[in-house]
Design a protein around this ligand. Structure first.
Ligand SMILES: [Zn+2]
Ligand SMILES: [Zn+2]
Length: 68
């Protein structure tokens, strides 16, 4: 019988998303756009509905790429 030796505690944070542009905490039911950085693809860019509507700039925390 195999049992997982380590239990990941990062599970909770999967639901706690923060908008990359305004740093606001997003609720799971919020209409946010999540996509990989178009430059490095190493990080998820998350934009809340408000930022998407106002086309607020975002900055990739990994490569520093900014985009609309
Ligand atoms: Zn936002
Ligand atoms: Zn990037």
């Amino acid at each position: 019988m195999e049992r997982p030796s380590t239990q990941l505690s990062v599970y909770e944070t999967a639901y706690m998303r923060v908008c990359t542009s305004c740093r606001r905490l997003l609720r799971p039911d919020e209409k946010a756009v999540i996509f990989s950085c178009p430059n490095c693809g190493q990080v998820e860019i998350i934009r809340c509905y408000k930022c998407r509507k106002q086309t607020v700039k975002y900055t990739c925390p990994v490569c520093g790429f900014t985009g609309p």
